[in-house]
Design a protein around this ligand. Structure first.
Ligand code: SF4
Length: 306
């Protein structure tokens, strides 16, 4: 309850942006450990931090927190440790989300310790406890890519208090990512539809996997490196993606930081972005050397009638 009050106070309008951000990050760090019995096994080799296939999305809050801790300009920190990434989104089709991500293997990891632990990205804080809070832990533990993770070798039980904190941290994450996307791209999540590029992507995937690969690969098994390679080669130089560094540079100034933090506190903007997320999403397609955007529903067909 006290934390909830603190959070509300942090989101009150006015005040110094730098102080506000410090308080927000302090609250996040406090919630990261409050009521938690989870600790990384000392024998863990940190596969989640090292594996390039394990994508870690980040928000602009994460970026500002790391820049503050490192004492370096935010644009420099972005270029050195982060990039745009192409994320899967619980769908089995060709639509992906473009968002900020950590470069992998994560260069904040030193001697198997996180160099920015107190301001580490919210996804690093949430993993793996949020899976237990959402009832997904056991199913994820059976997946091949988590086979070497020591934290999946035994069941993970959360107290009701800790499960509630996970919900609160996920709400903070939703706010941070939606507002970050709005700040960078001018709308909510930035979707990319690769379906018209399927033959080329499948060809690239088969070249990578060798001649024994199946004739056609389903969207959900196109390797991440193929999608991101295509994105960097053809799409990253086009707007809105080409303008991301120009958007990040002003965050170094007090005024630019204040402008982003004002957006982060805007509840009406957040509700608007959440409402538009499913049924009026902006989806980009790449054709004839150009990116074209249109609004379309991404809700499963069966949801549209309720
Ligand atoms: S930021 Fe820290 S916890 Fe997150 S992947 Fe990097 S080293 Fe690991």
């Amino acid at each position: 309850m006290k934390d909830q009050e603190n959070l509300q106070a942090l989101f009150a309008p006015g005040g110094d942006p730098g102080q506000w951000l410090t308080g927000y990050l302090r609250t996040r760090a406090h919630l990261a450990s409050q009521g938690s019995d989870f600790h990384c096994d000392p024998a863990c080799t940190r596969p989640g931090c090292k594996n390039p296939e394990m994508l870690v999305p980040v928000s602009i809050v994460d970026l500002l927190g790391a820049a503050g801790q490192l004492g370096e300009p935010v644009a420099t920190v972005y270029r050195r440790y982060y990039s745009l990434g192409v994320f899967p989104n619980e769908r089995n089709d060709w639509i992906r989300v473009v968002a900020l991500r950590l470069q992998k293997p994560c260069t904040f990891l030193k001697n198997d310790l996180c160099g920015i632990y107190s301001v580490r990205p919210l996804p690093c804080i949430l993993f793996p406890e949020y899976l237990a809070a959402e009832g997904k832990f056991e199913a994820e533990a059976r997946k091949e890519h988590f086979r070497d993770y020591l934290c999946f070798q035994a069941p993970l039980l959360l107290s009701p208090e800790r499960a509630g904190i996970m919900v609160r941290l996920k709400q903070m994450w939703t706010r941070e990512t939606l507002i970050s996307s709005f700040y960078l791209f001018g709308h909510g999540p930035c979707y990319l539809d690769f379906s018209n590029l399927a033959p080329e992507l499948q060809q690239r995937a088969q070249e990578l996997r060798g001649p024994e690969a199946a004739e056609s690969l389903a969207p959900n098994v196109i390797p991440q490196s193929v999608l991101e390679g295509f994105f960097l080669e053809h799409l990253a130089r086009l707007q809105p993606f080409a303008g991301v560094e120009e958007k990040i540079a002003p965050l170094q100034d007090r005024r630019g930081e204040a402008e982003f933090l004002r957006l982060l506190q805007d509840d009406r903007l957040l509700r608007r972005l959440q409402q538009g997320e499913g049924d009026r999403a902006i989806v980009f397609r790449f054709a004839k050397g150009k990116l074209k955007a249109k609004r379309q529903s991404l809700l499963p067909a069966e949801y549209k009638y309720y």
